[in-house]
Write a protein of this length. Sequence first.
Length: 294
Amino acid sequence: MFSGSIPALVTPFRDGGFDEGAYRDFVEWQLTEGSSALVPCGTTGESATLSFEEHFRVVRTCVDQVAGRVPVIAGAGSNDTRVAVQNIQAARAAGADAVLMVPPYYNRPNQAGIFAHFGAIVAACDLPIVLYNVPGRTVTDIAAETVVRLATAFPSVVAIKDATGDLPRVSMHRAGAGADFIQLSGNDDMAIAFNAMGGRGCISVTANVAPRLCAELQAATLAGDYATALTINDRLYPLHAALFSDASPGPAKYALSRIRPKMAADLRLPMTAPSPESRDAVDAALQHAGLIQS
């Protein structure tokens, strides 16, 4: 269902609003470069600063531009279960193929609350669900046992984006939920190891900027060609680091503005432009990857 290189797309802004033309051009480039699915309105898409209307306009635009060529996995999570239900229904109405759902953040529910939250979402809509476990942002960890329980209880919980950085969880999820449960890395710098342990791809920040290289890396790992994957990763590793050298997605948007003339680096408060040091790190990483000239 989902595998390979899946960029968590940035949302381009210009003059304070969503730049639809730049976004359509960006989506098309992602497809021609080999991305195997797309995630609009995730964390990298600055979903926290999009209104409900803007959020699902972005999703609709992505779906329309993709025109069925790859799956669209719409970010739709919320810390309010009622809002999360509204979001998954809106994502379905917008034409998304699946949704990416974080557990409730800030509230910090226990594991029973997390299970009940996703149970209510499943009951409200049959769209496939990709769990998104990113405790570094949510301060809410979906324990491996809860992931297995959700995957076992609800057929529509088909996958997880795991950004815990805890590689043994790949084996734990695989042992409990089975090999058919789709595991996607949420960390570009761990993508090779993640796939070696049973993962099938990466929902990626770096793929915004280097989609072809990320697609080639993923294809190599899924074919068992780790020598090729390592060679590609050696080119990409400085970029993986540089894109988090300041608050994300600032460095990613700056990088895109360097290689895609239609993409402005505009951010919405409270996000601000990356520091000069971060921009220097991005420039050096782009050069190392062969994406810009020195």
